[in-house]
Design a protein around this ligand. Structure first.
Ligand SMILES: [Zn+2]
Length: 465
């Protein structure tokens, strides 16, 4: 893979735009600048960029724009790009039971194509760090994790894939059919191999691998315990689904005699190296346990609404000090596949909860999608805010078009308004979006191949039926 890191002697200057840094003080400038040197942010401030900068390879006039840190996605399942729009009126368990048989037919080419679709939609909408939770590994399907890593590298996005797993088939009281699961030993060995092969722990890393057994209802207690031991031995992060639905809570109480958070804690799964998706059905003591241990949450408002799972208690989590980021979730339960729309959705969904109009501000929503995501991925030193020395992951949003021009407050325009076009997105100092189009890949080719591969998967699943 070619190294695309720009030289530190090359500068990109962005000026005349509003700046929301999302730093510790939420510093903003009505008109300001950002200077990027190589793959780092060199300076951020009010007014024009400093005079006399050398090595300026590009000067961007950001008039009518807002620059923010790039968005950080904290939960996804790329392969679902090929099974969107199915099981339209199902709750989580019904939806899973309908889709597992199709998912168990995926192969390497399908996962590559699905990753390109999932990544393409997110990156075009301002995501600069993507995450994937892949847990379906049919026998003989090829190198599925390698396929999505290739797709992310070609697109130029920073990537935190996780090696997921399922080993609790229906004959062991789990939800997935037996033919869709791995053995415990096989899953652990493959997970260790994925970390050894791909994980890069460096500050500038474009690729961090996590360990991610799927959920309490599809994974054995042994696999959960051993996965936690493995991740800590390797110094990588842990991820899983937790407390997504009322049915899951009931499942845990019946099988383990306790709720999902207590069960996960009993298997070694709370800690500041862990983040969990959803966390919708959390008691006060669950939230306190997350806060005490520093366990993070990937909040997925659209997916939770699509499956009727409920409203996560995000304001209570934030008040208690729980790290919270935003997640698209798989696109079989959030067909838009976009993260910038989740800024708005998290604000709206949480205002339907007990805190009403005080639940979240537009600035808190932006923080969840940027710094909060970085925190949840353990990368807040490197990304998530516009501060000198951090990696140059940033987005220039166009806010002077018909959709936004009458909104004075640029952060309100971004969060409450229609999805804003991305004029420029930089990852590691390198452009990945220009004028609302992906620059590193062919969008039309992604659209064509995704349709063909979705149809091929449907055919194979039907024939196997
Ligand atoms: Zn999920």
């Amino acid at each position: 893979m070619a190294d695309h890191t720009p030289s530190a002697a090359q500068r990109i200057v962005i000026e005349n735009c509003a700046v929301a840094t999302v730093d510790g003080q939420d510093t903003e400038y009505a008109t300001g600048h950002v200077v990027v040197a190589g793959n780092r942010i060199e300076s951020v401030g009010p007014g024009p960029a400093p005079q006399g900068l050398e090595g300026v390879v590009r000067r961007v006039d950001g008039t009518g724009h807002l620059v923010t840190p790039g968005l950080v996605n904290t939960h996804h399942h790329f392969y679902q790009w090929l099974t969107r729009g199915l099981a339209q009126e199902a709750n989580l368990f019904e939806w899973l039971v309908a889709l597992y048989p199709i998912w168990s037919r995926i192969d390497e080419d399908m996962v590559y194509t699905a990753a390109r679709g999932s990544l393409g939609m997110m990156v075009r909408g301002g995501v600069t760090t993507a995450m994937d939770h892949h847990y379906v590994f049919p026998r003989g399907a090829g190198d599925l994790l390698g396929a999505e890593i290739r797709a992310a590298q070609e697109m130029g996005v920073r990537f935190n894939p996780t090696r997921g797993s399922m080993d609790r088939g229906s004959s062991d009281g789990g939800l997935p059919p037996d033919f869709a699961v791995e053995t415990t030993e096989g899953a652990l060995a493959a997970t260790e191999e994925a970390v050894d092969t791909y994980h890069d722990a460096s500050f500038d890393s474009m690729l961090r691998v996590g360990v991610a057994p799927c959920s309490p209802f599809s994974v054995s207690t042994d696999l959960l315990k051993e996965a936690a031991v493995l991740a800590r031995r390797k110094g990588v992060r842990l991820h899983t689904h937790g407390s997504e639905t009322a049915e899951e809570e009931q499942f845990c109480k019946e099988l383990f005699g306790m709720g999902p958070t207590d069960y996960l804690e009993s298997t070694g799964w709370l800690g500041d190296d862990v983040w969990m998706a959803h966390c919708v059905h959390m008691t006060d003591s669950d939230i306190a346990a997350f806060a005490r241990t520093g366990t993070g949450v990937a909040h997925c408002p659209s997916s939770n609404a699509r499956l009727g799972a409920g409203i996560a208690r995000v304001p209570d989590m934030l008040n208690s000090g729980v790290p919270v980021g935003l997640g698209v979730d798989g696109t079989a339960s959030n067909e838009t596949g976009e993260l910038h729309t989740e800024l708005r959705n998290t604000l709206l969904v949480n205002r339907l909860g007990p805190h009403a109009h005080k639940a979240l501000s537009v600035r808190k929503a932006l923080r969840l999608g940027t710094y909060g995501g970085a925190q949840v991925l353990g990368r807040q030193q490197e990304i998530g805010s516009l501060e000198p020395g951090k990696l140059a992951d940033l987005v220039l949003w166009k806010l002077d078009g018909m959709a936004h021009s009458s909104i004075e407050d640029p952060v309100a325009a971004l969060v409450l308004g229609a999805p804003a076009p991305v004029t420029l997105s930089l990852v590691n100092g390198r452009p990945v979006v220009e004028d609302n189009r992906l620059t590193t890949v062919d969008e039309d080719d992604i659209a064509r191949t995704a349709r063909a591969e979705a149809q091929r998967l449907a055919r194979i699943a039907q024939d196997a039926g």
